[in-house]
Every structure is written in C-alpha cells, then in structure tokens.
Design a protein. Structure first.
Length: 705
C-alpha cells in the first residue's frame, strides 16, 4: 500500500502488511504500528462507497465500538478520515478463526463449547445494550474464536458495521427506502425485516439464529433469494434444533433457542443478561463448568448468581476443547459420551491433563528446550507443526541465537515477527505452511545470510521483499515459481548461491535476469527443464558452479551452455539426453576442474576421452555409470586428483591403469571384482589413496552446492 492509497498520516504511522478481508463496504488490513511495533487491524471504506449514507454508517460503527469496553468486543484504538476523505478505523488485531469458518470446516459446535462461547457473547451484548448500542448484524462471520494464551479460547465480537445507537442519531433498520437490507437475511429478526421499530430483543433473535446454526450446522431458514429468506423470518415458525439433527442437547437448550426465535419480541428472552444467565445455568447443570470467571458485570450487578462462580472444570470437556481449537478434534458422539464420562477435578489438574494433548503446549515446550540448551555457534531446530502464536515463545528469551530451523511449521508468517530481534544468520522454513505474509517479517531480519524456503506456497511477488537483505544463500526448490520470481531475486545484490531447482516453469527469460547479480557463484537447477534457449541464457552468467542434475539438457543445449569462461564445476548427473558427442563441448570451459556424471548411464568408456582436452580437470565423479577398465586407461594418463567410481565394473586391470596417474590423491571404488592382491599392491605403491566403498554413498556435487 502506498501513502497515496491510504493517506500520508496513516502511512507515516503504520506499515500495511496484508489484506485480512475485503467486502462491499470496505477492506480490513493487517498492519503494524511503526513506533510501538504492535499489530493492528485497519478498516477502511471502499473509495467507491464515499457517499453520505455509507460514510454515516461507517462513522456509527466507529462511535459504537468506541463507546464499548469489554473483553469479548474488539477494541477500537482510533478512527477518523484520511486526507482523501476516506473513513478508517484502527482496531485491535486478534488471531483465531471466525465461528463461520469453524462451522464450515468442522461441522456443528458441540453444545458444551457453544454454551461457553454464547454466554460470553451474550455478556458482551449485555454490555453494549447497557450503553445504548444495538448490534443489528449478528452472524457467525462476525464472531471470532480467539486464542487466549491460556489454552482455553474465547469468543469476540469483531464487527458492529450497522450498529444503532439508541440515544443518538439512529441508523435505519430493515429495508431502507433505497432497497438496501441492513443486516444479513439469514439472521434478521422479523421486526427488522419489516422495517418496524426495534429494540434490544432484535439482537436476541439474531443471536438465536447464530446459536441454531452453531449447534446444528444449518441456518433456521433457507431460500433461493434474500427476500424469500426474509419472508420466512416474518411468517414461518422457526424449527427447533432437535428437528434438524439427531444430536442430543443438554436439558433446556432446545427450549432456550426456541424462545430466542419467537416472532413476537414479547415472547422472547427479554434481555441479554437473562440469556447469558440461562446459558450458564444449562452449562452448570449439564455437568461442565465455565472457564472459572464470570463476566465482570455479573460479579457486581447480579448478586443472586454470585454463588454460581465456578472454579473447577471438567477434565474431559476442556481437553476436548483444546483439541477442537487446534483442529485435531477426533471425538465421535461427543454429547452422549460427555454425559456419561464427566468428572469434576481441580482446575490446575485439568490444565495439566489438557496440556498432554495440546499441540500448542508441545510446540512451545520444544522451542523452550531448544533455546535453553543453545550455545554460541549452535542451532535451534524445531521440526514440529507449530503455529504463529507458538512462536511467541521466542520473545521470552535473550535474542542471541543465529541459526533457526522451523521446517514443517504450520505458521503462516505473522509469528516470525518474534524472530526479528534475533541476529539471525540462517533461517530454514522448508516444507512449512508459510505464505507471502512471512516475507513481510523476514525482510526486517537485517543480518540474514542464508534463507531456505523449499516446497512452500509463495507467489513470485513475495521475493521482492528480500532485496535489502544481505542474503548470500537462497534456496527456493519445489516452489512452482516463475520467471518473475527470478526477476525479483535478481535484485538481491549480495546473492552468491541460488538453489532454484525443481521449478518446471522457469525459462530462458528468467535465467537471463540473473545476469544482474554481480556476486552469483553457484546455481542449482536440479530437475528443471533446460532447452537450448535456457542453456544459452545460463551460458552468459559469470558463475563458477552449475548443477544440471536430471535436467532435460541435451547435446545441443550443452554446447550453448559451455560458453562460460569462469565455470569450474558442472554436474550432469542423470542427464539422459547428454551423450559422448555433447561431452566434448566441456573442453570449451577453460577453468573446468570438477565434472560430476553420477548416474549418466549413457556415458561409455570412449566418452570419457573428453578429459584429455580439459587440462585443469582435477575431480571426476563416475558413480553409477557403465564405464569399465577401458575408461581407467584414459584416466590413468591424466592428472585427475579425485575419482569416484562406486560401480562393480572395475577389476584388477582397471586399478593397475590408475597407478599411472601420479597426481591421484583419492579414488573411491567398489571391491566386488578386485582381488586382495591387487588392493594390497595399490596400497603399497600409493598408500592412503585407495578407498574401498561397497555401499556407503558419498555426497554428490549438487548436495554440497
């Protein structure tokens, strides 16, 4: 986001990181306060909505939220207009998932959990009503299930988009004279839909619709159009939750939801306080306690319920709640089993039992252990499915570690902010769940020298965030990147080693971008398609090493590539389209000293003759090829220093040929066809040179790049 888009004042105070959500009225951004280094959410109205009606509606939401102070309602920090006249709100940033997402991904919410969540929401709405604010747009998408840092999640109202301030200038309700429907049809009260006067009981009806969906997985009324659904809210008796599901519910819950859904406001529950207390009564009577703390208003204003404060919880209920929150709930027939198995224990025992199953606790403990045993020069490796929130554990310790590996992490990216203060030299996120969002944190790691992000979901644009880092090594294998990514990577002027193999969308256009990297030395193109055009582009690079293992390069393409005056090392392992005819082009590389042909099954004894035209060649890898003693005769007449064979084709005769190479310092070979006498004779004449290996695999060139 540029300052012209969000306004100079906002751009001066906040760094806009990503879009959280976007709808017809506006867009919500994730941002960071540049001075306080705190995350916030900034809601801005769409510019095409800048008319008096929508600006007034936006202002009412800001005023409504600003008037409220409750732990289950999102807090507004600031609101106003940008220099362009665009309304904005700065809100607390909360992590979690919407209740709508929870229902869609996991189905109905078990009743014991739903009772807890809706008691919190009812208490929040009671607070809003006490300050003259109606919500008017309650729906699962406006309720977040958030992490608390104490293992037990909580619910939070996050959107008061069309709130009505009773004692101020009221916003219209129901169907406006322009035809707009203020509110969501699936959750709209009959009086709101009819355009009649409304009071606090309209929110009770809407919350009843939300409870119905949370407990059953379906909304009370369905229709092919919004007006059809609204008509049912006005005219059709609401079904009971027991009519649409075979699940069992705690005694009194079905009746309570039905009372919330009465057409006549006078027949409904009459206040949010009454609804909250009824939910808590059902929860306690069902045998599961609340989280141990009653709402603050309840403690001070409602003495008759003070004896119901609960300081104990159910081990099974809370343990299952933790599993649900972490997405690993594997419980079937929860309700029937809960009723039979509930047993009350002390809350500290419950927390300990829950911790055994809570991935959040495990992840934090692993991070803690790694940091505590870290020593200068050491590594912190947490190969676990940790989440962004779990990475907060890094904030509790001195920032001294320089090497961190979070492979297989479930973190999307925001949690990496906790690592910014560390003097990281190396960071690995291979096989992690990160998105482009991660790079908005990584770009602040000003000492980062090596970054590994293999097999992750990134767009080409993500790499534009790395250009100001002192990166020397970057690995982006198996990322499905395109030429545009290489264009962005080419802006990292310090880069020396680039691994971009296993990306089959890269072409000559992308490789040509790498010419602008003044320090690039090593290029790994493992498994990439390399045609003649791509080879020609690569041939123009001033690099010293290139890995072409298992690429599609052929003899013609190899000819184009062998124009590099500074190339020392080349790996052509498993290149099925390169023959002896192509090998002769290696003589065009004046500085060539290392050739890896491991697995090149089409290389014959005669093809090895190319080495005679490479006077500086010192290392030759012929592992898993079909060369025989004849090739050893060619090699024996060269100055090869290091030779890898590891194939059963070499006999005593071949070993004898190698004795002619006076420069040979190391040869690794299988002894399957070698006699003890030949081995002893070689060791006598060239002690310390021969290494017998009948199975152990030495690292190949591309693995050490």
């Amino acid at each position: 986001m540029t300052s012209s888009e969000v306004g100079f004042e906002l751009a001066r105070q906040y760094e806009f990181l990503s879009v959280i959500a976007s709808g017809g009225m506006g867009t919500v951004y994730e941002a960071r306060h540049l001075v306080l280094n705190q995350k916030v959410a900034i809601k801005m109205m769409q510019t095409e909505r800048l008319d008096d009606k929508h600006v007034t509606r936006f202002r009412h939401e800001a005023e409504a939220l600003a008037a409220l102070e409750h732990s289950n309602i999102i807090h507004v920090r600031d609101y106003g207009l940008t220099e362009n006249g665009q309304p904005y709100m700065v809100l607390d940033y909360v992590e979690g998932m919407s209740m709508s997402q929870m229902i869609q991904s996991r189905g109905p919410i078990p009743a014991m959990f739903a009772l807890e969540f809706f008691a919190q929401i009812a208490d929040a709405l009671a607070h809003a009503h006490s300050r003259g604010v109606l919500h008017q747009d309650l729906k699962p998408n406006n309720i977040m299930i958030c992490e608390s840092g104490k293992m037990v999640p909580y619910a939070k109202l996050i959107d008061f988009g069309i709130a009505k301030i009773i004692n101020g200038e009221a916003t219209p309700s129901g169907l406006t004279n322009t035809g707009d429907i203020l509110g969501s049809p699936a959750y709209m009260s009959p009086e709101q839909a009819n355009g009649r006067s409304i009071d606090y009981r309209t929110d009770i009806y809407s919350l009843g619709c939300v409870m119905f969906e949370a407990l059953t997985g379906v909304i009370p009324f369905k229709g092919s159009t919004a007006l059809e659904i609204v008509a049912q809210h006005i005219n059709t008796p609401a079904p009971k939750i027991t009519d649409v599901t075979i699940s069992e519910f705690p005694h009194g819950l079905a009746q309570l939801v039905a009372r919330c859904l009465e057409k006549d406001p006078a027949a409904r529950i009459q206040s949010m306080e009454e609804l909250r207390d009824s939910l808590l009564d059902i929860l306690v009577k069902a045998g599961a306690a609340t989280t141990g703390s009653r709402p603050e208003q309840d403690k001070t204003k409602d003495g008759r319920h003070s004896q119901k404060k609960v300081v104990i919880v159910c081990c099974i209920g809370i343990s299952l709640l933790i599993l649900l929150t972490n997405g690993i709930l594997l419980v079937k027939k929860y309700e029937a089993e809960t009723a039979r198995q509930l047993q009350v224990i002390k809350s500290d025992q419950t927390a300990a039992a829950a911790a055994q199953y809570d991935g959040n606790v495990i992840a934090r403990q692993l991070i803690k252990e790694q940091i505590e045993k870290w020593r200068p020069g050491g590594e912190i490796k947490v190969d676990y499915e940790n989440r962004d929130k779990d990475l907060e554990e890094f904030s509790h310790y001195p920032a001294v570690a320089t090497f961190v590996s979070l492979e297989n992490s479930n973190a999307k990216g925001p949690g990496l902010a906790y690592l910014i203060r560390y003097p990281l030299d190396f960071l690995s996120l291979n096989d992690a769940s990160i998105t482009d969002r991660a790079f908005l944190e990584i770009k602040h790691m000003k000492k980062l020298n090596q970054l590994q992000v293999d097999n992750v979901s990134l767009t080409d644009a993500a790499f534009s965030n790395l250009e100001d880092l002192p990166l020397e090594r970057l690995s982006v294998r198996l990322n499905r990147i395109h030429d545009e990514a290489l264009k962005n990577i080419a802006r990292i002027r310090t880069l020396k080693h680039l691994q971009c193999g296993k990306n089959d969308q890269l072409t000559a256009k992308g490789y040509s971008e790498l010419k602008s990297l003044p320090n690039l030395q090593n290029l790994d193109l493992l498994d990439n398609p390399i045609d003649v055009k791509a080879a020609k582009a690569i041939g123009q690079l001033k690099i010293s090493s290139v890995n072409l293992t298992n690429t599609s390069i052929n003899d013609e393409a190899l000819k184009e590539l062998c124009a590099m005056p500074y190339l020392h090392n080349i790996c052509l392992g498993d290149c099925k389209s390169v023959s002896g005819a192509g090998m002769k082009y290696l003589a065009n590389l004046p500085e060539l000293d290392t050739v890896n042909l491991e697995g090149a099954k089409n290389i014959t004894d005669r093809d090895v003759e190319f080495i005679k035209a490479c006077p500086k060649l010192k290392t030759l890898d012929l592992r898993d090829t079909d060369v025989t003693d004849k090739a050893m005769e060619w090699i024996g007449n060269t100055n090869i220093k290091t030779l890898y064979l590891l194939r059963d084709n070499i006999t005593d005769r071949g070993l004898t040929y190698l004795l002619k190479d006076k420069a040979l310092r190391s040869v690794e070979v299988s002894s399957v066809h070698l006699s003890k006498e030949a081995i002893d004779n070689f060791n006598k004449l060239r002690p310390g040179v021969l290494r017998i290996n009948n199975g152990e695999r030495h690292k190949s060139f591309h693995e050490t790049l």
